[in-house]
Ligand binder design. Structure first.
Ligand code: FDA
Length: 325
């Protein structure tokens, strides 16, 4: 087993450890690497970065960072941040900036991404109900701003609750999208269930530490599952959102789309802010729709640790920075 494979579970476990969070957040050099993946802490910084992404011809999905909230006030605070963000985004659309709905419907240039665990899903009391109500408020504001909403996928213990909340919300907001993780063994079946008309599924490989009972562990098995799921979505009647930096997945997406006769408007490619930026721009140059997932906010720790775990080079860079202090 490669050293990176051994380190990955440890980094993912550290990503959910409050004591490690306190230690790592205090290291001054952490900030430099965090800035590579996170577009600042405030709405104003997120909007500045968003304007740059939109001006480059990419679409945007913005995530206010936070997860695993066990405090109702904090969950409500997350909603407030999304409402401020969305009012800024709608101002951006009406102030002569890039319009929120360019190109014209059905594709929306601007989207926000939500983690239900940040909206109260993990509260001991009424977690499901609180997350549903909070997400409903954000979806209402997003509709007014002309923005899409997609619900992120978190660890497998939340999947049933998340998909059930998404189904309920889609009754009022039929454009609501959701993320499915190819490493979960259940996902092929979920793709079949959720690839009907009007669906918007963002397919990613999956970023959490999951047991072998529910998730493929080897990279080849995850990649094979991704390709099977991708084919189901491309052959379905929804709008597939191909969230991967992996050249093999991106090229398969193009092939499957072409085989199915999908035009560039009928699926999109998605990558994370700060990762393979030149490739994002190259794909835009090839007239592909590319959406950048842009996170901002003070609670960057869990997100940052998942990015370190994904790529040994990121960790090596981080450790070298620490050593050179
Ligand atoms: P893979 O990990 O095989 O990487 C392929 C190549 O991409 C690498 O060789 C490297 O070049 C580059 N790369 C990948 N990760 C990198 C990194 N961190 N730094 C630098 N280069 C890197 N997960 C989840 O569980 N729930 C979710 O809701 C989401 N949402 C989401 C949205 C979007 C738009 C994206 C792109 C990804 C997610 N993810 C996610 C994360 C996803 O599950 C996965 O962990 C990462 O995308 C890495 O997997 P790849 O498909 O990129 O392939």
């Amino acid at each position: 087993m490669a050293a990176a494979d051994l380190l990955r579970p440890a980094l993912l476990a550290a990503g959910r450890c409050p004591r490690m969070e306190r230690t790592i957040s205090k290291v001054p050099v952490t900030r430099n690497l965090v800035d590579r993946f996170v577009a600042g802490e405030t709405e104003s910084q997120a909007i500045t970065a968003t304007t740059g992404i939109l001006d480059s011809g990419r679409y945007i999905t913005i995530d206010y960072l936070g997860e695993d909230t066990t405090d109702l006030t904090q969950a409500n605070n997350t909603v407030s941040h999304y409402l401020v963000l969305l009012s800024n985004l709608s101002a951006l659309a009406t102030s002569g900036g890039t319009p929120a709905t360019f190109p014209p419907s059905p594709v929306r240039t601007i989207e926000v991404s939500l983690k239900l665990s940040a909206l109260g899903q993990s509260l001991a009391r009424d977690g499901h109900k609180v997350a549903l109500e909070n997400a409903h408020k954000i979806c209402t504001a997003a509709e007014e701003a002309g923005a899409w909403v997609t619900v992120d996928a978190e660890d497998h213990t939340t999947t049933d609750s998340t998909l059930s909340i998404v189904r309920e919300l889609r009754e009022d907001f039929p454009t609501l999208g959701t993320v499915l993780q190819a490493y979960l063994k259940r996902t092929e079946a979920d793709c079949k269930d959720m690839s009907g008309p009007g669906s918007r599924i963002r397919l990613c490989k999956g970023a959490y530490k999951e047991p072998a009972s529910v998730a493929h562990q080897e990279k080849t098995a995850v990649d094979d599952s991704y390709l099977r799921c991708l084919r189901i979505l491309m052959n379905g009647q929804g709008y597939p959102m191909v969230a991967s930096h992996d050249p093999a997945m991106i090229s398969a997406a193009m092939q499957y789309a072409e085989a199915k006769g999908r035009t560039a408007d009928e699926f999109e490619l998605q990558m994370l802010y700060g990762i393979r930026d030149s490739e994002q721009l190259r794909l835009v140059g090839e007239q592909k729709h590319v959406r950048t997932y842009l996170p901002y906010g003070e609670q960057w720790y869990g997100y940052f640790m998942r990015r370190l775990a994904e790529r040994p080079a990121n960790l090596a860079f981080f450790l070298r920075s620490l050593a050179s202090r």
